[in-house]
Ligand binder design. Structure first.
Ligand code: FES
Length: 167
């Protein structure tokens, strides 16, 4: 081991000990600047992406209908977040609405609003869902209907997001 160290010292003949500290400082500064550059370059797409996410969130705001288009107790069909996701908004009172993706969580049959009973119903195997939160009341479904978040602005109803309840 000692012989190896001596050999290495001999072959390192052009390293000036008096400049070693200076080189280390320069090396440290250069490394730091390089790392900052790498960090900046690698984070730029993330910064751009976060900007896009805000735009996407804004873009995912989808107009459904005017409030006047849906009478109290009635439902209105739309698609959200895209055309392959059928959904219903139900007007429960003057200012109270609920919206759900209507693919039954059992085997994906379309669920419909049953105003007489006040619940959502799947005709395929008689699954029933609570209109207040989309939870299962009865039947084979094991999961609640995904709930669509709504925003009402200037008498217009918008879908602004979707969430899956845990029951
Ligand atoms: S598909 Fe809805 S209960 Fe079976």
């Amino acid at each position: 081991m000692r012989k190896t160290e001596e050999f290495l010292r001999k072959i390192a003949f052009n390293i000036r000990r008096d400049r070693e500290l200076d080189l280390n400082r320069r090396g440290f500064i250069a490394s730091t600047l390089s790392l900052m550059g790498v960090f900046f370059v690698s984070s730029t797409p993330l910064i751009a992406l976060s900007g896009n996410r805000e735009e996407e969130a804004h873009e995912s705001e989808v107009f459904i209908a005017n409030t006047d288009d849906i009478k109290i107790g009635e439902s209105f069909g739309f698609s959200y977040p895209d055309e392959n996701d059928p959904a219903l908004v139900i007007r429960l009172s003057e200012n109270e609405y609920r919206a759900y993706n209507i693919k039954c969580t059992h085997l994906m049959c379309p669920v419909f609003w049953e105003p007489e009973e006040g619940h959502l119903e799947c005709p395929c195997h008689h699954g029933f869902f609570n209109v207040d939160d989309g939870s299962v009341i009865a039947g084979p479904p094991q999961r609640a209907l995904p709930s669509i978040d709504l925003k009402i602005k200037n008498n217009k109803i918008y879908a602004v997001g979707i969430s899956q309840a845990q029951h």
